[in-house]
Design a protein around this ligand. Structure first.
Ligand code: FAD
Ligand code: NAD
Length: 456
């Protein structure tokens, strides 16, 4: 059959734009369908806005401590409209720097604006138009989950934070994953009273336990009420002066009146109205399973990025998008394993990790080693008054291989990305211990940790 396109990408976020670019570079006639804005969640409502708000939180902290350095400033307060304006202008600058328009023009990628619905295994309908393609790559991303509770409609989802009319004096955040933890720092720093609730026994369940414990202790030290291991969220009731949130803890109901409730309780794929049945694509409850070549159960329909549920990070989405495009155009032979995927969050303090956590490494071999170097033992954090935190290196029993690295503290994400580079290059522990780190830097903690792990 003669298809209109060789590759049709649904969704113009990080996965979709990477997929379309790679497919077109390989000579495929390529189109991207996007119903909202190119850049997807990441640029428009996720990573970029959150990172700008994290910087806002950081500035608050810096201004509050300015007098320690002899700088006299007034007590800071928030002009929320201006904060929102700043986020929006930064998003616009990032989009410009990404240059999607010129790239698409150069590579001849067609942009189809609208909501795509699969109407067959090779066909979609968008804005009344029928479009056919030999291969389809679903890069549809996900959205914040609204819990099925009474009054859930009163809660604000992560992508709606900028729609708040003013900074809430008090806020309850449901879910202490990456999103909830970052929102906690943002609102706490700007002066809101924050209650953070999670069903799980601790926040940041995917992070190393010591890292999560340090972030939790820091939150509590700032006055955030952190409640983990709760029984469930029961309801949200609108009052004349706010919202009453009710939850269960140890079998007893508790409630609190707050100005806003933020729900960061999961990120299911955007499956509603996608027409998966018409194409014969099988989905799990909140994502579309794929094989190692990123194929759904229909071999010419690939799924990349958040929607396949494997790793909801931009750095994964981009590699998956490119791999799916290569498999679609050249034949399904390429895989993109994620065992070396650095990730982290911009809380106060920041946290990050790569590779196996200490607990996971010990499950595989109880004789592996973990060394922890406190930031307080390194000059740069002392100079910057940022001694809180540590780097933990997890190495094999022979002290040769680096199995994982986990950090909490200033610049943790950059520190861990540096360790990830060493791991990706296959650097052994002895070589890492001999690397010369510039002085005075945060990454110098890597050298300390490597030498310490080598000594045992
Ligand atoms: C608050 C927040 C902060 C985050 N911070 C980070 C971070 O710091 N670092 C990090 O690595 N990750 C972060 N993430 C995760 C990151 O945003 C995602 O992993 C990433 O955006 C996934 O890319 P994607 O292309 O799979 O999906 P998305 O970016 O969600 O893009 C999907 C696109 O598909 C479009 N679409 C969906 N269905 C259809 C349809 N039927 N027809 C047409 N178009 C459709 C959508 O409009 C959207 O533009 C954050 C997420 C959130 C919510
Ligand atoms: N900095 C980053 O890299 C970053 C930032 C934000 C999001 N993300 C990605 O986006 C995805 C979504 O993140 P997220 O934090 O929104 O979701 P998540 O699924 O990672 O975390 C949701 C949290 O909500 C809790 N939860 C679920 N139901 C609950 C309930 N009924 N009551 C109380 N707590 C409940 C869960 O136990 C969990 O801790 C993640 O996979 C993450 O990788 C990454």
């Amino acid at each position: 059959m003669d298809y209109l396109f060789d590759v049709l990408v649904i969704g113009g976020g990080p996965a979709g734009m990477a997929a379309a670019t790679r497919a077109a570079e390989l000579g495929a006639r390529t189109a991207v369908v996007e119903r909202s804005a190119l850049g997807g969640t990441c640029v428009n409502s996720g990573c970029v806005p959150t990172r700008v708000l994290a910087k806002t939180a950081r500035l608050f902290r810096e201004v509050r401590t300015a007098y320690d350095y002899g700088i006299v400033v007034a007590e800071p307060s928030v002009d929320w409209d201006r904060t929102v304006q700043r986020v929006r202008s930064t998003v616009a600058r990032v989009l410009e720097a990404k240059g999607y328009g010129p790239t698409m023009e150069r590579l001849g990628i067609e942009l189809i604006e609208g909501d795509a619905e699969l109407t067959g295994a090779h066909t979609i309908s968008v804005g009344g138009r029928e479009v056919t393609a030999a291969s389809i790559i679903l890069c549809i991303g996900g959205s914040g989950r609204r819990l099925p509770i009474d009054g859930a409609e009163h809660a604000v989802l992560p992508h709606e934070v900028l729609r708040l009319e003013s900074l809430p004096g008090s806020v309850a955040i449901i879910g202490g994953g990456h999103t909830g933890a970052q929102l906690t720092t943002i609102f706490d720093a700007m002066g809101s009273n924050v209650l953070l609730l999670d069903l799980a026994p601790r926040i940041l369940m995917t992070e190393d336990e010591d890292v999560a414990a340090t972030v939790t202790a820091s939150f509590r030290g700032k006055g955030v009420q952190v409640e983990t291991g709760i029984g469930g969220i029961d309801s949200i009731r609108k009052e004349s002066d706010g919202l009453t949130l009710t939850w269960t803890r140890d079998g007893e109901q508790q409630s609190l009146l707050v100005d806003a409730v933020l729900m960061a309780a999961g990120w299911p794929a955007n499956l509603a109205g996608l027409g998966l049945d018409a194409a014969g694509v099988q989905a799990a409850r909140s994502f579309i399973p794929v094989d190692e070549y990123l194929r759904s159960n229909i071999p010419h329909i690939f799924v990349a990025g958040d929607a396949n549920g494997s790793s909801m990070l931009v750095q994964a989405a981009v590699f998956e998008g490119e791999t799916a495009a290569e498999n679609a155009v050249l034949g399904a032979t390429r895989t993109t394993p994620h065992h070396l995927l650095p990730e982290g969050g911009f809380t106060d303090p920041d946290y990050a990790g790569v590779g196996l956590t200490e607990a996971k490494a010990r499950e595989r071999d109880a004789e592996c080693h973990a060394v922890t170097v406190p930031y307080a033992a390194v000059e740069r954090p002392i100079i910057d008054d940022r001694e809180q935190g540590f780097l933990k290196l997890v190495v094999d029993r022979r002290r040769e291989l680096i199995l994982g690295a986990h950090a909490v503290g200033e610049n943790a994400v950059e520190v861990i990305t540096a360790v990830a580079s060493a791991m990706a290059a296959g650097t052994d522990l002895a070589t890492l211990a001999r690397v010369k780190f510039a002085y005075p830097t945060y990454s110098a903690v890597i050298g300390h940790a490597a030498r310490s792990a080598l000594r045992g």
